[in-house]
Structure formats: C-alpha cells, structure tokens
Write a protein that binds this ligand. Structure first.
Ligand SMILES: [Cu+2]
Length: 497
C-alpha cells in the first residue's frame, strides 16, 4: 500500500484527541481588525511585538504555540519540491524538535499533520488533490485566524486582533513596511529583508506601480488559472512577497512565515477576499467536504471544514474598512448555468516556449492552437461573447530554479524599439513575478500560471488603432543588473472566457 500524505495525516490525527471546531460557537462579540497605521492598529502592534517575543523565546519549542511551529505549518525552511525532499526535511525537523518525545506525543503528531500545509503552494504527486489553488484563500483565512487565537491565548488578552498592512490604500507611504517592523531592537524586525524595505522605501521601488488590485476585475472565484483567487494569488499576494524579501524570508514559500510581516500581509489578502465577496454576485464556489488540521488558542489539535471559512462573519470578525473598486464590473450572465458553459477559447498563441534571456523579449503571437484543451464555446454563448466575454493573456508553465527579486512588465503589441514604459501605458497589461514559480523547476502546474485580464487594454488599443490582428507580447525585466534569473515560459496564450 502506498502511504499517501493524507493517510499519514489521517493516521496522525486519529490517534490524537482532535475535536471538530465549530466556527462562531463560542459566545463572543464580533471582533474588528484594524489597519496597521490606525491608532487601534498601532496599539495591537505593541501587543503583537510582545507576543512574537513570547512565542519565539518563552513558549517551549515543539508547542503548537511556538513561533516556529506556526511558521512551519505554512512550510518548513528547505525545499519546496520534489515531494520526497520535502518529506525528508520534515522528518529530520520533527525528529530534531521532538527529540526524546514518544512517537505518540500529541504535539509531535500535530506537527506531522500541520506542517507543510500551505494551500496551494506545494505539489504532492502521490496525492495531487492535496494542494489546490481554490483553497488558497480559505486555508490562509484559518491560518491567520488561529495564529491570532494563539496570540490571544499567549497574551491572555481576548481583545487582541491582528492588524492588516494596506499597501494599496492609495497613500504612497503605505507601500513602505510599517515603521514598527523597521526598528532593529524589535521582535518584529528581520535584518535580511530586501535592503530598501528596511530603509523604509516603497517596497515596489524596483518596479513602481507593479503591485495592483486588478483581481477585482474578476467576477468569478476560479476557473483554471483565471478568476479572483488565482489572480489575487499572483498580485498583490506574490508580488508583495517578492518585493519584501528573498529566499531567506518573505521571497519564498518555505521561509515566508518566519517574518512577522507575513501575517499582516495575509491579513490584508484576507480582507481583500472579503471585500470582493461584498460586491454584488461575487460568490465563492461550493466547497468540497475537506478538513484541515490546526491548533486552537490553547495549542490543542482541532479540525476545521473549508466551508467554515467562507465569510469572515462565520469566524466572528470583521474589518474596519473594505476595499471598494472604483469600477465594479457587472456579472456577465444572470443565469449561473450559462456561466458554467462558458469555456475558454484560445485565440492566439506563441508558437514555442519562450526563454527570458535578455532584458527585453518580444514574442509574436499567431492564431492557433495550444497544448491547452480549448473546446469551442456553445453556439448560444457566442452571440453573448461578442459583448461579454473577457480576454486573458496567460503565461503558463513558468520554470525557474533561480531566486530573483526581478519582475517582468508585460505589454501587448508594444511597438518595436519603443521605450518600455511603466504601468499606466496603454500597452501595459501586468507584471509577472516568480514567487509561485520559484522552486518549481520542471514541476509547474496549470493552477500557478499567471493570468492577466486584458479586456480593457484590448478595447482601448483597438479603439486607438494600436492593435494589430496578431499582436506581440513584450516582457521587460525590472530589477538589479546582477539579479537576472533563468526563466522559461512554457506557453503564452491569448484566450477568451
Ligand atoms: Cu503568502
């Protein structure tokens, strides 16, 4: 019998006294999470600094409330793939942390179940459904929530809430990491962030304007690599990770959870998800009956169902404010059965994989097929499509084994020899970051493709007569001279959905 990860998890948990956790069961008033720059947020940051210190230095190692236990539940520092290397790192780490503890030690069993659980940034070939992109948002909602519960327990302070880092508030100063994280004596400080970050400069200074909220153009939660969840995962989520740190901290999945700013970043991602849900008709998919193991505020093993994280109200918290896009795209089809029939159609594709071997790479798209299955949309939808279908540029099968803070601005039909402008130019469609691709050499999955909704750009360029029938795609690297990674993009597609 092959022992899959899920068997191990199930075995581990079955020998634990694990209770199903019922959201909102505790009689408690709704708590509010505040922006890190608000007075209440700043008060909570004082508490947070104290809690991080206690979790790092007072809570015994191996206790689920220890700083490293929480961090490793996201990912253990070390490889992100292949799975065999991930598992051997985990075994070594568990044996190290639980030296002298029996195999049935409850915390050891919980570590076995909880560590390396980040949805959706792993790939377990023997259990390909374990990591799924659609769980990115609900899993991280629980992850942040129970971390916050642990802090309330550690501080014995039921009023604590985790502040969020609103880097895209519209005030340029919020693009800098909050000052509390830049004080070298503070438990919230990490010396190895990108140098400009701890210097208090805007985190996107290598590519100003590249962090955005274009995910709010999406009206569906997920459809392959398009939709709110996967697009938000790339930007601002991955974009902020790479702007803050490198492979020793925020810049890569296995080390990200070690930086106290990680939790404020994910708190904001969580707030953006709830903001999206508050727009008309933005509903989450029906969640499969899937449980995740966590530790509650006392460090006790619990099991939670995905559906319990569907909305923040279920967990009895709210945010002091929500993001409201200036333009709220209309839901294209009133009948959800019609939406389900709306399959993607490839219109244009790059003829072969693209190597990013210079700072500016220009690729001609041609009408045609691709390796993606692209059934034609049903006839009755085609009439609809003329006005309501969305166009996406998909960069798929991205491979790199290098770490890099470089990002790539992507342009549609930028004239040859033109200066490569920043975001804001009509040809600019988005920025590619390698947060989700790093550590996935030869192992990328469709769910980690990068998708840009280019509907508005196509319309605007067409209206201005600046779009040819078979446009080019230009990629322009932004970053330090010494920071050139080897990157290959498996496929570039222009699709309609
Ligand atoms: Cu993250």
């Amino acid at each position: 019998m092959t022992v899959t990860r899920r068997n191990v998890v199930a075995t581990g948990l079955s020998s634990l006294a694990v209770s199903a956790w019922i959201p909102g069961a505790a009689a408690q008033a709704t708590r509010t999470r505040f922006s890190a720059t608000s007075p209440q947020g700043k008060q909570n940051l004082v508490k947070y600094a104290k809690a991080v210190d206690l979790m790092m230095n007072q809570i015994p190692k191996g206790d689920p409330r220890h700083w490293e236990f929480q961090w490793y539940s996201h990912w253990i520092p070390g490889p992100q793939q292949p799975w065999s290397a991930v598992m051997s790192t985990k075994t070594t780490k568990i044996n190290q942390v639980y030296t002298g503890k029996p195999p049935n030690d409850p915390n050891r069993l919980l570590a076995q179940a909880m560590w390396d659980n980040c949805q959706a940034h792993g790939l377990n070939p023997s259990d390909p459904n374990f990591f799924q992109e659609r769980f990115f948002l609900p899993w991280h909602r629980y992850f942040v929530y129970f971390f916050e519960e642990v802090i309330r327990g550690v501080l014995n302070d039921t009023t604590f809430t985790l502040p969020y880092w609103d880097y895209l508030s519209g005030n340029v100063s919020d693009l800098s990491i909050p000052p509390e994280f830049r004080v070298p004596q503070s438990p919230l400080f990490r010396p190895n962030r990108n140098p400009w970050v701890n210097a208090g400069q805007r985190i996107d200074q290598q590519n100003p304007g590249s962090i955005n909220l274009n995910a709010f153009k999406e009206t569906t939660y997920i459809n392959g690599s398009i939709g709110f969840c996967p697009i938000l995962d790339n930007n601002p989520h991955g974009q902020v990770h790479g702007a803050v740190g490198n492979s020793t901290n925020m810049g890569q999945v296995p080390t990200a959870g070690g930086d106290p700013i990680f939790w404020l970043h994910h708190c904001n991602i969580d707030r953006l998800w709830e903001s999206w849900n508050r727009l008309p008709g933005r509903i989450n998919p029906p969640w499969p009956d899937r449980s995740f193991p966590f530790a509650d505020g006392n460090g006790k093993a619990i099991s939670v169902k995905t559906a319990g994280a569907n909305r923040v109200a279920l967990l009895k918290y709210q945010y002091d404010k929500y993001y409201q896009p200036k333009v709220v795209p209309k839901i294209p089809v009133a009948n959800p059965n019609l939406l389900a029939m709306s399959v993607a159609t490839t219109r244009l594709a790059a003829p072969e994989p693209v190597k990013l071997d210079s700072d500016i790479v220009r690729v001609a798209l041609s009408p045609g097929t691709s390796t993606l299955a692209t059934p034609q949309a049903p006839k009755n939808l085609l009439a609809l499509s003329a006005v309501q279908r969305q166009q996406y540029l998909i960069l798929g099968g991205i491979q790199t084994h290098d770490e890099t803070a470089s990002t790539y601005n992507v342009y549609l039909d930028l004239p040859e020899g033109a200066a490569t402008p920043g975001p804001g130019d009509p040809h600019y469609v988005g920025t590619l970051n390698l947060f989700n691709a790093a550590g996935h050499e030869g192992h990328t999955t469709n769910s980690h493709d990068t998708a840009f909704n280019v509907t508005d750009q196509v319309k605007a360029l067409q209206a201005a007569g600046k779009l040819t029938p078979t446009p080019t795609v230009t990629l322009n690297r932004r970053g330090a001279e010494q920071d050139k990674p080897n990157v290959e993009i498996g496929q570039i597609l222009l699709i309609e959905s």
